[in-house]
Design a protein around this ligand. Structure first.
Ligand code: ZN
Length: 51
């Protein structure tokens, strides 16, 4: 079997710059990237960079 389609998503995340975010709605802390980041816990976009 050809297994050339490995877990590339994980590698891409390490290559990109991830920033630490803090959700103002539920207080969740998470890492995100991109221009539009939403909280993975409550799906809110009311987040701020926690650096
Ligand atoms: Zn949240």
């Amino acid at each position: 079997m050809c297994s050339s389609g490995g877990p590339m998503a994980d590698i891409d995340l390490k290559k990109l710059k991830t920033k630490k975010y803090h959700c103002k709605d539920c207080g969740n802390s998470f890492k995100g990237l991109g221009k539009k980041v939403v909280c993975p816990s409550c799906q809110s976009d009311n987040v701020e960079i926690a650096e």
